[in-house]
Design a protein around this ligand. Structure first.
Ligand code: PMV
Length: 346
């Protein structure tokens, strides 16, 4: 049999950047995101009895054994098999496609690992007890890539990944930290999300390595964590619940700036933003002079994601068009979580 899963990416408005317990990807703090419509990974997976031989094709290219891409999948399955030993009893044929630039800071790892886990969960009989349990699946997706945890909740929309608590981690390091939807996409239908591509080349410093360095070397790291965990997180959730765009937009931009200052304060410093990114930041602040119309947020890359509302979208698009060109803009909005499809890639 073959199972195909389609999982959306998500954009964090309160970022995840650092683990408490490295090996189980328990985050130092909670994060918040919007599930994104139309930007997704589609993964078809077929499993047969065997011993974890993996045949993996990504975006039409077969990943050789020993390659980086093959390594991501095989390390993830190996890691998963510590919790779910039956994973070792199969060989896998996996074909995956992203409909957006891989590794440009557009969180293809979020949709990629979420789609892979959903495909596995749909394909293997041994998953039957977990298949409908979004919280457990979210925790398992987290083991592939932290942000993937937030691409699992079926309702999608506005998602919170809870870091969990010390007691829970002791008892259950795997299932104690997971993401869930706070509001579905219908809660705030006026919201719009615009992805602008400044650069589509692969990023130089992977999130995995970058965040470990920030935790280790940035003297302001703990202050950042406690500010966001104890104040900003709650204020952001309240702003979304009240649909207060102005308040939310300010917090989104501040959170993005704080995240990048954490990267800059890492030693040696990590710079993800490019001159063009800074130009966009300035242009959005200028646009917002008087009335807040848009917010920018940047992940571990130079490409901005702009959050705005339907009534201001055209004005924002015009501005971005002048800065990066229309072909480099992708318009979307908050959407629902992953789905299964009957159209297979293999
Ligand atoms: O999911 P990872 O391990 O690639 O880390 C993602 C980190 C950021 O995208 C920068 C922030 C986030 O919360 O998505």
């Amino acid at each position: 049999m073959t199972t195909t899963a389609i999982a959306p990416t998500n954009i964090a408005i309160l970022k995840y950047w650092g683990k408490i317990k490295g090996q189980y990807h328990i985050p130092t703090k909670s994060s918040l995101s919007f599930t994104v419509e139309k930007l997704c990974s589609t993964t078809s997976l077929a499993a047969g009895k065997g011993n974890m031989k993996i045949d993996f094709t990504l975006n039409g290219r077969k990943a050789k054994e020993g390659s980086k891409e093959h390594g991501y999948v095989s390390s993830y399955l190996t890691f998963l098999s510590e919790t779910l030993p039956f994973i070792r009893n199969y060989d896998y044929q996996i074909v995956s496609e992203n409909n957006f630039p891989t590794a440009a800071g557009f969180a293809s790892s979020a949709s990629g690992f979420a789609a892979l886990l959903k495909a596995l969960a749909g394909e293997l009989d041994e998953f039957s007890g977990l298949r409908g349990d979004d919280k457990k699946l979210s925790a398992l997706a987290r083991l592939g890539s932290g942000s993937a945890a937030r691409s699992i909740p079926s309702e999608g929309g506005f998602v919170k990944w809870d870091r969990g608590s010390g007691e829970d981690w002791e008892k259950d390091p795997v299932y104690s930290s997971y993401a869930y939807s706070l509001f579905g996409p219908e809660h705030w239908p006026e919201l719009r999300i615009i992805y602008a591509t400044v650069e589509s080349r692969e990023k130089k410093i992977r999130s995995l390595d970058g965040m470990a360095e920030s935790v280790k070397t940035n003297p302001l790291y703990q202050a950042w964590v406690s500010h966001e965990e104890s104040l900003l997180k709650n204020d952001m959730m309240e702003a979304v619940s009240k649909k207060d765009f102005e308040v939310l937009a300010h917090m989104i931009m501040q959170a993005s700036n704080s995240f990048h200052s954490i990267c800059h304060g890492t030693y040696p410093p990590i710079y993800y933003l490019k001159p063009k990114s800074l130009q966009i930041i300035d242009a959005i602040h200028k646009l917002n002079d008087g009335k807040v119309k848009a917010a920018y947020t940047f992940d571990a890359g130079p490409n901005p994601v702009i959050i705005t509302r339907k009534k201001e979208e055209m004005e924002v698009l015009k501005l971005l068009d002048e800065l990066v060109g229309e072909v480099n803009l992708f318009r979307t909005r908050p959407g629902t979580g992953p789905k299964y499809s009957k159209k297979h890639l293999l």
